[in-house]
Ligand binder design. Structure first.
Ligand code: GLU
Length: 459
């Protein structure tokens, strides 16, 4: 059983975690949660995070996906202290495999996928069966005969019988019976290492103290703990498995992952990174999900023991709700490059400050830019009242005081107050029932446009 402490108060010595995506696709919210939880744990304990690109599947891994993963993590603010690519470490994995072979823990197998499938079908019970170790019973002559027919072996790790147990940082005590597990393949027939071998060798070599990952890896952990020991690790790292996110109906997210990729949320949904971080750091914990301005604010209260064992439901609407306060508080200097990229470079600081409280995404500034700077169809209605109000518009220059002075005059002349006074003016000036304060908007609109709109023209 691992002796490493998983969480608690105070600083743990030399905490080192890793986030280990496979660059076979873009990262989505499920992956981000893994990256974020590792990052927060490292920062909370004064530790370090390794970004490990699990690219041993050469057919499916691409550098374009690896680059996109790095860019997405940087955008989220989840910077790593060290990076490693498994494809750079193939000699090291071959060395580890050789050591296992010499220790009698790695044995060649010749079954094809079809043969294994048939054998599983024939086995009683129908359920998943551990590998029957038929290859262990082959003698040298039988192996030579198979190789003479062109069969190349893949190599399995010989598991020990007996209990494998650990205290999981979220699940508590976990026990597996070694005999119920299949000896895992560590080398494929082409000699390449599998994830299982590469992951454990890396966790040892990079001195990982805490493996924090989704609960889909729980059974891998039982196997990996035996492999850590076989490879001479003094003590396996501490293990933490968090429950996976589900959709609103409680189903696996996998079908929707495309729409939940970081790229889509950033470029199409226009979300801020802290909306994503704020949700994913707290979802499934006993702490409330609330708007958070910075990752630092999340580090302070981060504690793995707050995570529950139930699968949290992901609600994309919640991301949108968390996004609005970030835009409302965004200084112009932060918004300016974003606005320029949206083709809204004409928006200056005064304009931004007038509208930002009405936006839920930066891109929504487009609507208010169009309302203030492009022709607006007349709203219709209240013609006499609006024409009288137009007559009372003071001469320019205008500032934020104009609105109060003008509407006081319109109120005195018309006898209207409150909604009856303000709503027709708002509708005529902006075409909307809600929006930024008119006292800041009116000087931005300018007198000519305001007057034309009040008189029912397209302006
Ligand atoms: N590349 C593996 C995955 O994405 C890493 C699992 C692990 O953290 O060990 O599932």
């Amino acid at each position: 059983m691992s002796a490493a402490r998983v969480d608690g108060q105070g600083v743990m010595a030399d905490v080192k975690v890793r986030f280990a995506p496979s660059p076979t696709g873009l990262i989505h919210l499920g992956n981000v949660r893994g990256a974020l939880v590792n990052w927060l744990f490292a920062r909370r304990h004064g530790g370090r995070m390794l970004l490990r690109l699990d690219d041993t599947d050469r057919a499916r891994s691409t550098t374009a996906f690896a680059d996109a993963i790095e860019a997405d993590l940087r955008w989220l603010g989840l910077h790593w202290d060290e990076i490693a690519r498994q494809s750079d470490r193939l000699a090291r994995y071959a060395g580890a495999a050789q050591a296992l072979r010499e220790a009698g823990r790695l044995y060649p197998c010749y079954e094809t996928e079809e043969e294994l499938g048939l054998r599983r079908l024939r086995a009683a019970g129908g359920g998943p069966q551990p590998y029957d170790r038929a290859a262990l019973r082959l003698d040298d002559a039988a192996r030579r005969a198979l190789e003479a027919k062109g069969r190349r072996p893949h190599w399995r790790f010989l598991l020990e019988a007996g209990e494998v147990a650990w205290t999981d940082g979220i699940r508590g005590p976990v026990i597996f019976e070694g005999a119920s597990l299949s000896d895992p393949v560590l080398l494929r027939a082409d000699g390449s290492p599998t994830y299982t071998l590469a992951s454990v060798v890396d966790d040892i070599d990079f001195a990982i103290t805490h493996v924090i990952r989704g609960e889909d890896h729980v059974a891998n952990t039982a196997v990996q703990i035996q492999l850590f020991r076989a490879l001479g690790a003094v003590e396996p790292p501490a293990f933490v498995h968090f429950p996976l996110l589900t959709d609103a109906g409680g189903h696996n997210l996998s079908k929707r992952l495309g729409s939940l990729s970081v790229g889509v949320l950033r470029d199409e949904e226009g979300l801020e990174p802290m909306a994503i971080n704020a949700l994913l750091a707290r979802l499934g914990t006993s702490d409330p999900v609330e708007p958070m301005a910075s990752l630092e604010a999340l580090v302070a209260g981060f504690d793995l023991s707050r995570f529950g064992r139930a699968s949290p439901k992901l609600d994309v609407e919640e991301l949108r709700r968390l996004n609005a306060p970030l835009v409302h508080a965004m200084p112009f200097e932060a918004a300016a490059p974003r606005l320029a990229a949206l083709g809204l470079g004409g928006i200056d600081a005064a304009f931004w400050e007038a509208i930002r409280a009405n936006l839920s995404r930066v891109a929504d500034a487009r609507d208010w830019w169009a309302i203030c700077r492009e022709a607006l169809a007349p709203s219709g209605g209240e013609r006499d009242f609006l024409a009288a109000a137009a007559d009372l518009l003071p001469p320019e220059p205008w500032d934020a005081r104009i609105w109060g002075a003008w509407t006081a005059a319109v109120s005195a002349a018309s006898g209207r107050k409150g909604k009856a006074l303000f709503m027709p003016l708002r509708l005529a000036l902006t075409g909307r029932e809600h929006g930024p304060e008119l006292k800041t908007l009116l000087p931005i609109l300018g007198r000519a446009r305001a007057e034309a709109r009040l008189r029912g023209g397209t302006a």
